[in-house]
Design a binder for this molecule. Structure first.
Ligand code: KIV
Length: 259
């Protein structure tokens, strides 16, 4: 097993796992200093391309952004989201995952789903590909984004899905918007780490979309915390640049070439 993945597994019940998304090199290189895991999430569809859903994200887009992220990630585990409709059968998944792994040199991939994707996960694991699971809200297929675990039946299904995914060989599972007590129950029941987003501090680790964290998105989700206002920093810089260009204060002689 990949050494970095072993390290993540060992963190369970010892120290919290820190994870964020990245879509390009510079940000990835900053995250690499602090994160155990950097995820090239298909959330890039809404964050960067204004798509209505992640369904529109293509394999080519994921590969291109992942190549850029790879340039910034040296120490963290780099995981790439497999986009919608690229892992419908074990054969299709293996072909596309192999391409992603080869082109991006990532450490593993993330797939959304529970019971339905078990044969797909098993086949990837059999081929020595590290797989991360993702249950709770499934942005690729859910029509409504309500938190999960309100009803007993739904909770039982999710609990069962996480057990099946663990048995199929995933090294970790993202829990997206799962009710607090259910997150605790899942995290206590399975031996692999759970990484929560909107799923309380009961998870073994946390993940957020980087643009939400630094104030570069319009996201108003309850589970998001804005740690910085980078939009404001850019706004101030660009405003100043405009004023200096218009007043002929920029460029100065030191910014210009002379024979
Ligand atoms: O696409 C994504 O960014 C994700 C995380 C939010 C877990 O799947």
């Amino acid at each position: 097993m990949n050494k970095k993945i072993k390290k993540i597994l060992k963190k369970k019940k010892k120290s919290k796992i820190v994870c964020l998304t990245a879509y390009s090199k510079k940000i990835a290189s900053i995250l690499d200093k602090y994160c155990d895991l950097v995820l090239v999430g298909d959330s890039l569809g809404s964050v960067l391309y204004n798509y209505k859903s992640t369904k529109e994200v293509t394999l080519e887009t994921m590969i291109n952004h992942s190549k850029s992220v790879r340039l910034g990630v040296q120490n963290s585990i780099m995981i790439v989201d497999m986009p919608y409709n690229t892992y419908r059968t074990p054969k299709e998944a293996l072909k596309n995952v192999k391409l992603v792994m080869k082109e991006t040199r990532c450490d593993g991939v993330k797939l959304e789903g529970g019971k339905k994707i078990i044969p797909i996960v098993k086949n990837l694991v059999k081929n020595k590909i590290p797989v991360m699971g993702h249950v709770g809200i499934l942005p690729q297929t859910d029509k409504k984004f309500f938190f999960k675990g309100k009803q007993q039946k739904e909770s039982e299904r999710i609990l069962n899905d996480t057990a099946l995914l663990e048995k199929a060989g995933v090294f970790s599972i993202v829990l997206e918007c799962i009710e607090t007590k259910l997150s605790k129950q899942i995290t206590e029941k399975i031996k692999i780490p759970t990484i929560g987003i909107g799923s309380s501090s009961n998870c073994d680790g946390q993940v957020l979309v980087i643009d939400d964290l630094i104030g570069m998105s319009e996201s108003k989700f309850k589970f998001v915390k804005k740690y910085a206002d980078v939009s404001k920093v850019i706004d101030t810089a660009v405003k100043k640049y405009k004023a200096e260009v218009q007043k002929k204060q920029f460029p100065k002689a030191k910014h210009s070439f002379k024979n």
